[in-house]
Design a protein around this ligand. Structure first.
Ligand SMILES: Cc1ncc(COP(=O)(O)O)c(C=O)c1O
Length: 492
């Protein structure tokens, strides 16, 4: 849909004594507006009738001026939609208005996308970022992975001429199944599908099992890219509130009853927003409810191994006797996200649908990445690496908690027992956006909680990621955040 111009720029009345045709004067004036940015691509011009009345010229003058600019590729007229700006003068005229046709996201997601893409392109003006949940490159097991990668590339030279099997490299499927069995999950190689990271797995589940009109229930907050992936299929996403023990089961039952969803997407271990863990009793209750309402469960366990003291309760997949659960893991958060290797474990029929979706959407996963992860797991490197990673993440969590208590005493939060994230509640009536803006001027990037709430709300909360910053940087970032909170509090 074309956007109406926020405010139609002031277009002066053509001068009848100037000697040049009125329509050409008008076209030149509009061109000036395009050049100086007071009219921009995607904006709509006033209707011919309205502009003619406004300027006191005939309608044919406006029509001819618009046509002149259309012929030059600057405007486009659509029956029933009016006339719209396509390009500014001097800009390459696009046959297809790509930006206008692209899927539009809400403002919060646009902000997040800006952050992610900005961060990939440059270090950005904000020196300390609590926004993105990347693992710290300094903690990546680079030496072990580098050695393995070098020998895999040598060995793989021949096999690169063919695709990996659609469901994944057989050795990796076997090794992932073994590794999950060491954690108490009853998994065989044929239950495993290798994916392009966890995100690839989310897209497969979305494509294979949900479509227009379906409802997907998630925690609220949840992982924003999962909510977007489900919405892309045409499904509606309904968030169920959480407390310190995970999703509230009474509200979950209410949502099942009311919306009859097809899928429940859960991050029971160290939730992407709050860091909460779903307790054992609730895990059992979720399974019972899902069985009663015949809702499939998509369990994301990408953070489960990143506990600081004690492991979380067994995954829902381990407690499931009814074939309700598709379970997800990934090498990204505990190893190296650049390899893009994740996995799904699913009941046989579900796996068949997921393999079909893989073949249609992706054909296969990278052979080299799979072999590197396979050798890393098989060689026992992951266990060694996890010991150090947990210790480092715990130190970062501790630094964040101590700094918040010192510098942001009006903020409340639960202390996460693992994972990457801490969810902070601002004092009543303080808006996260205002704090974010004040923090940005101090070189700190904050992430408003509202991004993670599928049904709105969360405007008074911030989600901090502590995974990628050293304890000293966390302390400094939180000190500046405290200053930002005080500034916004005083301004009110
Ligand atoms: C819950 C969850 N799933 C998936 C991902 C993406 O993981 P991957 O890099 O394996 O695609 C993230 C990353 O933030 C996440 O938090």
């Amino acid at each position: 849909m074309p956007r109406p111009s926020a405010s139609t720029p002031l277009i002066p009345t053509p001068d009848r004594r100037a000697g040049s045709p009125l329509y050409l004067q008008l076209a030149a004036t509009i061109e000036d507006c395009l050049r100086d940015g007071s009219l921009r691509a995607g904006e709509r011009l006033p209707s011919e009738r309205r502009l003619a009345t406004q300027l006191g010229v005939s309608r044919i003058t406006v029509t001819t001026a618009y046509k002149e600019l259309e012929a030059r590729g600057l405007l486009r007229g659509d029956v029933g939609r009016g006339t719209m700006v396509v390009a500014a003068p001097g800009e390459e005229v696009q046959a297809i208005p790509w930006a206008e046709r692209a899927i539009r996201y809400g403002p919060e997601v646009r902000h997040l996308l800006g952050r992610v893409i900005g961060r990939m392109n440059s270090s950005g003006p904000e020196a300390i970022s609590f926004v993105i949940g990347w693992p710290d490159p300094a903690l990546c097991p680079r030496r072990a992975l580098g050695g393995i990668a070098a020998s895999v590339v040598k060995e793989a030279a021949l096999s690169l001429s063919a695709l990996s099997p659609v469901a994944g490299d057989p050795a990796l499927r076997e090794t992932v199944a073994w590794w999950l069995r060491t954690q108490g999950l009853d998994v065989r190689a044929e239950d495993v599908l290798i994916t392009h990271g966890a995100q690839g797995g989310i897209n497969l589940v979305a494509r294979a099992f949900v479509g227009p009109g379906d409802v997907v229930v998630t925690e609220s907050p949840t992982y924003v890219n999962a909510a977007i992936a489900f919405r892309w299929t045409g499904a509606r996403v309904v968030g169920v509130p959480m407390d310190a023990h995970g999703m509230c089961c009474d509200l979950l039952e209410e949502a099942f009853h009311r919306h009859r969803p097809k899928l429940l997407y859960l991050i029971p271990n160290f939730n992407h927003g709050t860091g909460a863990v779903l307790d054992l009793e609730r895990r059992r209750r979720v399974l019972k409810l899902a069985a009663r309402y015949r809702v499939a469960i998509f369990e994301s366990d990408v953070y489960g191994q990143l506990y600081f003291d004690v492991p979380p309760p067994p995954p829902l997949r381990a407690l499931d006797d009814d074939g309700l659960v598709v379970y997800q893991g990934s090498f990204s958060k505990m190893g190296a996200p650049g390899l893009r290797v994740g996995w799904l474990v699913a009941p046989r029929r579900a796996l068949e649908a997921l393999v079909a979706a893989t073949w249609i959407g992706e054909l296969a996963t990278s052979t080299i990445s799979q072999r590197v992860v396979e050798a890393f797991l098989r060689g026992g490197h992951l266990e060694t690496h996890l010991v150090g990673l947990r210790r480092e993440l715990r130190a970062r969590r501790d630094a964040m908690v101590a700094a918040l208590r010192t510098w942001c005493p009006t903020v409340t939060f639960d202390v996460p027992a693992g994972g990457y994230y801490l969810w902070a509640q601002l004092p009543p009536a303080l808006r996260a956006r205002a704090v974010r803006a004040a923090a940005a001027t101090r070189g700190v990037a904050l992430c408003p909680g509202a991004i993670f709430m599928p049904n709105g709300g969360g405007h008074g909360s911030l989600r901090f990621s502590f995974s990628a910053l050293t304890p000293a940087t966390i302390t400094e970032g939180i000190r500046r955040t405290g200053d930002a909170i005080r500034e916004v509090t005083i301004d009110r």
